[in-house]
Design a protein around this ligand. Structure first.
Ligand code: IPD
Ligand code: CA
Ligand code: CA
Ligand code: CA
Length: 269
């Protein structure tokens, strides 16, 4: 895999995709629902994914693509060879409601190893990228490795629904965590929350369910600054299935999982 060539190519196509999304701001966007009434997708999500797929296939027809909207119609059941994991818009609800707080996310894996990761916050014009073993950058400026901090000084990204009675996690323990840390935040875009952790603006972010395209790019970038990411059971992430997820400053991830996360057995219907 020619890292420099793919990197230059991806930097170009992500800018082109961003320009198309910017243009959509002045147009009427078509909104549809997917799994439920709160699971939204727009024609711009689909068109952006289609655009990226065409560009990736132009680069190399052997590269495979796993995208949220399934526009490549490929059945990806393993990560053999080169696989691009694409979220055309991460934070679709924010895109629709706020026209901000969303990103384009592209992770590039070779035989399951994260090689390159790109997250572009178009409205803030912040393009994060990471190259395996060569560091992480924001708008071409090298990102620093994270410094340690104690949990009681941490800002945690967490969804408010965790603190109320929840079938999948002991919400009382979550409440203890919320009271113990310095503060909590919620942004509605997993990639933005991961990049806030990677830049030390947030110290942890966790979710009960994320998909490969929510975390593939972030994982490559986060690794380069020493942020840790696992499932909430402390296991390595798997980029073929949905799972729980935590990304955190290395000094607090284990403490959060061990002291405050109690996953409940999921009911089988
Ligand atoms: C969603 C966002 C959101 C997270 C959801 C994701 P989408 O991605 O990242 O913050 O809580 O789990 O599905 O659907 O907007 O790409
Ligand atoms: Ca979605
Ligand atoms: Ca997403
Ligand atoms: Ca999406």
């Amino acid at each position: 895999m020619d890292i420099i060539s793919i990197h230059n190519y991806t930097m170009d196509i992500i800018q082109e995709a961003a320009e198309r999304i910017r243009k959509s701001f002045s147009q009427k966007v078509e909104i549809e629902t997917k799994a439920d009434a709160n699971d939204l997708v727009t024609n711009i999500d689909k068109e952006t994914e289609m655009f990226l797929i065409e560009k990736i296939k132009q680069y190399d027809t052997n590269h495979r693509i796993l995208g949220e909207e399934g526009m490549s119609h490929e059945n990806i059941s393993n990560l053999d060879g080169v696989v691009w994991i694409v979220d055309p818009i991460d934070g679709t609800t924010n895109f629709i409601r706020q026209q901000r707080n969303f990103t384009i996310s592209i992770g590039i894996y070779e035989n399951g190893v994260g090689k390159l990761g790109y997250i572009y916050d178009i409205v803030r014009d912040e393009l994060f990228y990471g190259i395996e073993g060569q560091g992480a950058y924001i708008n071409n400026v090298r990102m620093n490795r994270l410094e340690k901090l104690p949990l009681n000084e941490a800002l945690i990204g967490i969804n408010a629904s965790w603190a109320v009675k929840n079938k999948r996690i002991n919400s009382e323990r979550v409440g203890e965590l919320i009271r113990y840390v310095r503060g909590t935040r919620s942004y509605g875009s997993a990639t933005i929350e991961c990049m806030l952790v990677a830049t030390g603006k947030l110290d942890a972010y966790m979710s009960m369910r994320l998909s490969p395209w929510d975390i593939a790019a972030a994982a490559v970038i986060a690794k380069e600054v020493g942020a840790e990411f696992t499932t909430l059971k402390g296991e390595p992430i798997n980029l073929l299935h949905q799972d729980t997820f935590i990304i955190a400053n290395a000094s607090i991830r284990q403490e959060i999982i061990e002291q405050y996360v109690e996953l409940l057995p999921v009911e089988i219907k």
